[in-house]
Write a protein that binds this ligand. Structure first.
Ligand SMILES: *[C@@H]1O[C@H](CO)[C@@H](O)[C@H](O)[C@H]1NC(C)=O
Ligand SMILES: *[C@@H]1O[C@H](CO)[C@@H](O)[C@H](O)[C@H]1NC(C)=O
Length: 225
C-alpha cells in the first residue's frame, strides 16, 4: 500500500518555508555516486562522518571514497562559508585550499521556498517502529535534487541528486544515519584546520583517477554545497 504523491499545481512560497534542519548536528552518511566519464561508468561508493554548524557557518567531514572498487581514499574536508574557503586534507597530511564558491546565505539549512513537495507523510517502517517522511524536489546549478526529511522536525533522511558535473552525467544517492544534536568536537571545526595554516591554493576539477577536486566533501545539495 502506498500513497500517491500529492503534487500541488501551484508551488507556494509558504510551502516549504517551515522546513529547516537543526542548527548544529552530526551524522554519518553513506553514498554512492555513478558517473559517466569518457563514455565509461565510474562508480564511487563511500561514507562520511560529518558535523554541521549552521551557527558558525562551517561544515566538517571525514570522508572515505572507494573509486571503482579501488583502495579507499580518505579525506578530511572543512568548508568555511564565512571565508568562502574549502580545506582538503589527504591521508598523507597534505592540505589544500580552494575557493568554495558559495555564499554564506547558501548554508541556510532550509528547503528552498520554490521546492516542489513530491510526497508527504509517507510512512517508512512498521507499527511503532515507523516514521513519516516528506520528499521535496528542487534544482541546484543544473542538477535536480530529491531530498527526503522526517515530516516532524525536518531531519535529513535521504538525498538523490542527478545532473552534470563538468560535462559528466552523474547520479548520487546519499543516506543520513545516526544523527545527533550538537557539536561533540568543536576543535575539529576550527578555521583554518590544524596543518592547513599555509595550505597552497588548488583549483579543483573532476579527474578520472579520483574524485580529488570538485566532488570531495560536497555531497549535499540540501546543505547548499
Ligand atoms: C528555484 O530557485 C533557484 C534559484 O533561486 C533556481 O535555480 C531553481 O531553478 C528554481 N526552481 C526550482 C524548482 O528549484
Ligand atoms: C549507528 O549507531 C549505532 C549505535 O550506536 C552503531 O552500532 C552503528 O555502528 C552506527 N552506524 C553508523 C553507520 O555510524
Amino acid at each position: 500500500m502506498y500513497t500517491i504523491a500529492v503534487l500541488l499545481a501551484c508551488v507556494g512560497a509558504t510551502w516549504a518555508a517551515g522546513c529547516c534542519i537543526p542548527p548544529q548536528w552530526e551524522a554519518t552518511t553513506s553514498f554512492v555516486i555513478s558517473m559517466i566519464h569518457n563514455d565509461k561508468l565510474v562508480v564511487a561508493p563511500g561514507y562520511s562522518m560529518m558535523a554541521y554548524d549552521g551557527v558558525n557557518k562551517v561544515l566538517g567531514q571525514y570522508e572515505t571514497v572507494y573509486l571503482n572498487s579501488a583502495t579507499p581514499r580518505s579525506y578530511g574536508v572543512l568548508l568555511d562559508y564565512k571565508t568562502n574557503t574549502k580545506y582538503t586534507l589527504n591521508s598523507e597530511g597534505a592540505c589544500y585550499r580552494s575557493t568554495l564558491n558559495r555564499d554564506v546565505a547558501e548554508l541556510s539549512g532550509c528547503i528552498p521556498n520554490n521546492a516542489t513537495m513530491v510526497s508527504q507523510n509517507i510512512v517508512i517502517g512498521i507499527g511503532s517502529n515507523s516514521m513519516k517522511v516528506d520528499t521535496y524536489k528542487f534544482n541546484f546549478e543544473g542538477s535536480a535534487a530529491f531530498v527526503t526529511v522526517s515530516s516532524e522536525n525536518c531531519i535529513p533522511v535521504k538525498e538523490v541528486i542527478r545532473g552534470s558535473l563538468e560535462g559528466n552525467n552523474f547520479i548520487q544517492d546519499l543516506q543520513y544515519q545516526n544523527i545527533t544534536g550538537g557539536i561533540s568536537h568543536p576543535e575539529n571545526l576550527v578555521v583554518p584546520p590544524k596543518g592547513c595554516e599555509n595550505a597552497p591554493m588548488f583549483s579543483a576539477h573532476f579527474a578520472s583517477d579520483g574524485f580529488m577536486g570538485n566532488v570531495i566533501g560536497r555531497r549535499s545539495v540540501f546543505l547548499g554545497l
